[in-house]
Ligand binder design. Structure first.
Ligand code: FAD
Length: 472
């Protein structure tokens, strides 16, 4: 029996994404003997194929845009050229750096890392197909956290091939930029890639079944982003579904003819189709069959701290259901481990998790939309304030967008906050903290926001909800 098999761990974590590796770190901090099994790359989708490499590419698009507009700022920079392969190389280098960083953190925290594919094999046992050439081994652990993440949903007839059908993976490492790109799905991932390829000069169309893009965002935000993207030349087909998709020969290659049903009954032609139509949890081949772990619609069912129906087995992050966000996965990992350790963590309050979309313009929000608050029967006060009259935004040349807040009229509770504009993803946390601290409008009004900053718009939006704006 190997040393690994002789050891009984306090905790085994399956999956080294932001859910799993953060859970492992917290467990180690709490003195648990911890093993983490990862079949691919430490950092999971987030660091390697999601949050981070997309933001690196989008940064390149921002630089391109800024140089294109340089003369507005009194800088003559000539006509910039997009070097897609250099952008991709930078994005991969950024991902690799962070992947190494997670390896370092595992060592620092004395977490044993096994490169292999794990599945449940009886109570307190995992069977591992090793990738490091050591065949199969078993790990024993008092507690097991499943943090296996999720993958892109595949649509029938549109299986990613790396050539003319992409999922987010292929979209991150394209051989060349498509001339005509059709994106299916106008959620955060679809809109971010659409934004990137639009900046590179592609003709971009986006098809969305819901009646608006970014359908989980506040309606005013969706409408503003749609207007901005259309102004930049993007074609948006909302309220429409894919009826058929035919790949037809074109010269030495192919093109796709995609027919739509619903609001826009037309046929779109594209060189590349990017499918960003949702994700499914990685619940297969985990040995769940013989266990009491329950799966609903590809996600493992858990309580507020990740416990499944099977004693000693927990699930966190994307595999445990929406919202599919890295910070939600990490936070669940910490709460789950603290609960296992007998501490008293707060359950995660889903409505206080901020969500960000790094399109151009950016979108960030936390809590209820105006429509959701009304549907919930709340009597509300709504405040809105634009960046167009904010001193810092004018100085930056970034006057597009606004902040919108929704308060409960009787209690003054901040029910939701929604922002669109430059770097709003860096600002939303102010409202998230306010929600976490259960701040009311009075506390937000009494908070001193530094000048000149774009964040002053956040203050003014609160004032606007009570007809007290100062600068408009
Ligand atoms: C293009 C894109 C952009 C995104 N942008 C953002 C963003 O800006 N902000 C944000 O918050 N979220 C973003 N996300 C979502 C974010 O990446 C996920 O929510 C996050 O990665 C979930 O973390 P996780 O730990 O649950 O799973 P993952 O990151 O998916 O990690 C799961 C890990 O488990 C491993 N694994 C699976 N099965 C096994 C097994 N049987 N044995 C061993 N290992 C296994 C996998 O190899 C993987 O490494 C984005 C996603 C995509 C695709």
């Amino acid at each position: 029996m190997s040393k690994l098999e002789q050891t009984e761990y306090d905790l085994a974590v399956v999956g080294g994404g932001p859910g799993g590796y953060v859970a492992a770190i917290r467990a180690a901090q709490l003195g648990m003997k911890t093993v983490l099994i990862e079949k691919d790359q430490l950092g999971g989708v987030c660091l390697n194929w999601g949050c981070i490499p997309t933001k690196a590419l989008l940064r390149s698009a921002d630089v391109l845009r800024l140089v294109r507009e340089a003369s507005r700022f009194g800088v003559q920079a000539g006509v910039p050229q997009a070097d897609l392969q250099a952008m991709v190389a930078r994005s991969r280098a950024v991902a690799a750096e962070l992947n190494r960083g997670v390896g370092y953190l595992m060592k620092k925290n004395k977490v044993t890392v096994i490169n292999g594919t794990a599945r449940l094999a009886g109570r307190g046992r995992l069977a591992i197909e090793r990738k490091d050439g050591d065949g199969q081994s078993h790990v024993r652990a008092k507690h097991i956290i499943l943090a296996t993440g999720a993958r892109a949903r595949v649509l029938p007839g549109l299986v990613p091939d790396g050539e003319s059908v992409w999922s987010y993976r292929e979209a991150l490492v394209p051989r060349q930029a498509p001339r005509r790109l059709l994106v299916i799905g106008a959620g955060a991932i679809g809109i971010e890639f659409a934004s990137f390829y639009l900046a590179l000069g592609a003709e971009v169309s986006v098809v969305e079944m819901a009646d608006r893009i970014l359908p989980v965002e506040d309606e005013d935000i969706s409408a503003h982003v749609a207007k901005a993207l259309r102004k930049d030349g993007m074609h948006l087909y909302t309220g429409s579904r894919i009826v058929s998709a035919d790949k037809r020969p074109l010269g030495a290659g192919h093109e796709w003819h995609v027919s739509l049903g619903g609001k826009h009954q037309e046929t779109l032609v594209a060189d590349v189709v990017l499918v960003a139509a949702g994700i499914v949890g990685n619940v297969e081949k985990l040995g769940l069959e013989g266990s009491a772990v329950k799966v609903e619609r590809t996600h493992i069912v858990t309580d507020a701290f990740g416990a499944t129906g099977e004693p000693g087995v927990y699930a966190i992050g994307d595999v445990a259901g929406p919202p599919w966000l890295a910070h939600k996965a990490s936070h669940e990992g910490v709460a789950c481990v603290e609960k296992i350790a007998g501490l008293h963590p707060h359950p995660l309050e889903a409505s206080s998790i901020a969500a960000c979309t790094y399109s151009h313009p950016q979108v960030a929000s936390v809590g209820m939309t105006e429509a959701a608050a009304r549907q919930a029967g709340r009597r509300i006060r709504v405040g809105k304030f634009p960046f167009s009259v904010n001193g810092k935004a004018i100085a930056l040349g970034a006057t597009d967008g606004f902040a919108k807040v929704v308060f409960d009229e009787s209690s003054g509770e901040l029910l939701g906050a929604h922002m669109v504009g430059e770097e709003v993803t860096e600002m939303i946390q102010g409202y998230a903290i306010a929600r976490q601290l259960e701040s009311t409008e009075a506390e937000l009004m009494a908070t001193v926001f530094p000048h000149p900053t774009q964040s002053e718009v956040m203050h003014e939006a609160v004032l606007a909800a009570y007809q007290r704006t100062l600068h408009i």
